[in-house]
Design a protein around this ligand. Structure first.
Ligand code: MRU
Length: 347
């Protein structure tokens, strides 16, 4: 059983504080939308699908606390709640997808009483969370045949149970391959600067008995050159209509290395990550985070004061470097534009 990072219980949203893993397993409690927004912004919860699930609960909490006298008066403050949640992180499109779904749900049930509508919105958040885990299991089943027996798989960042409603996207495929007895080793890039690979991927795979070896990001090329990697699988924060894929910073470098070494480079992502409104990767907003994530590890300073620092949190892998995109509606290969359109239509 893989971990579920977001649990709703009796009006409280419990989220494991992913900033403290793997040293501390601390669950934080949230009861209002402002708190949920802050949790997304500060990365208590992170990973594209998990951000979407958390935002849906945030919207449901915001809705619950709106003191409107009638249903018409409900909608403007509900929009405001969704705007606050949407302003937390810019790259993962699942955040906006989940909020759009909550807003559409609210509009669809205009005929209900206010208290019914609030219940319906909470039920919709539950449904988004439940579906997400199911979708990941389906992606696992579609992706597993791509993984060869005895596979040594490289992954970057954390696209696991912690990044989703459960099971994981890229790590969902890894889990399915492991259940089929095919995984010899998962190599986890540490993923500087936030260390999602060493802190989160290594933690959840090790806990679940999947063999995992940690490497620094700059070791991937060497391992590939030594014939120690068979394929790469990563998640995504946003996939443009042409298949260009935004994912954690460093993913592009891994894709270039995979191409150089003739290794398949797979992306596993739900339909909620595919953004047909964004034509190509150049249009995807890339979050730039605090310089301190680069200059410090915890309280320890690693760089001199006063220097320039860049901290883009994501990069874009051009679709020509992607061997296949695994979705819950099947595996899409180039040409991506019609393939992605088709799976979105089926969704
Ligand atoms: O900054 P993060 O930790 O939210 O970034 C997460 C990633 O880049 C993941 O690889 C991506 O969201 C896929 S998660 C299933």
């Amino acid at each position: 059983m893989s971990i579920k990072p977001i649990v709703y219980k009796d009006g409280i949203l419990l989220m494991i504080d992913q900033r403290l893993l793997p040293v501390q397993e601390t669950w934080l409690e949230y009861t209002d939308y402002q708190g949920v927004a802050e949790a997304i912004r500060t990365m208590v919860v992170r990973g594209a699908p998990a951000i979407g699930v958390a935002a849906a609960y945030g919207a449901a909490f915001g809705a619950r606390d709106i003191a409107a006298v009638d249903i018409e008066a409900f909608y403007p403050p509900f929009e405001k709640v969704c705007d606050v949640l949407a302003a937390t992180r810019p790259t993962a499109v699942n955040l906006f997808w989940a909020l759009d779904r909550m807003k559409a749900c609210a509009r669809r049930h205009k005929g209900k009483t206010l208290s019914e509508l609030k219940q319906i919105l909470l039920a919709e958040a539950h449904e988004i969370a439940r579906e997400d885990e199911q979708i990941n299991r389906t992606m696992g089943a579609y992706g597993e045949p791509l993984i060869p027996a005895g596979a040594r798989i490289l992954t970057h960042c954390n696209a696991g149970a912690l990044a989703t409603g459960g099971y994981g996207t890229a790590l969902g495929v890894v889990r399915a391959a492991h259940e089929a007895g095919k995984v010899a080793m998962v190599y986890a890039d540490e993923t500087r600067p936030f260390l999602q690979g060493s802190r989160l991927t290594a933690w959840e795979l090790h806990k679940d008995g999947v063999p995992v070896t940690l490497i620094c990001d700059n070791m991937a090329g060497y391992l590939m050159s030594q014939g120690e990697i068979d394929c790469v699988i990563v998640g995504a924060d946003r996939i443009a209509a042409n298949g260009d894929t935004a994912n954690k910073i460093g993913t592009y470098s891994v894709a270039v290395l995979a191409r150089e070494h003739g290794l398949p480079f797979y992306v596993a992502a739900p339909l909620s990550t595919i953004d047909l409104e964004t034509p190509d990767g150049s249009q995807i907003p890339i979050e730039e985070r605090d310089r301190r994530e680069v200059t410090h590890v915890g309280d320890r300073q690693l760089a001199p004061e006063g220097i320039g620092v860049r901290n883009p949190a994501f990069d874009v892998t051009p679709s020509r470097l992607v061997s296949a995109i695994i979705t819950e509606k099947g595996v899409v290969t180039a040409p991506y534009e019609p393939g992605l359109k088709q799976v979105k239509k089926e969704g």
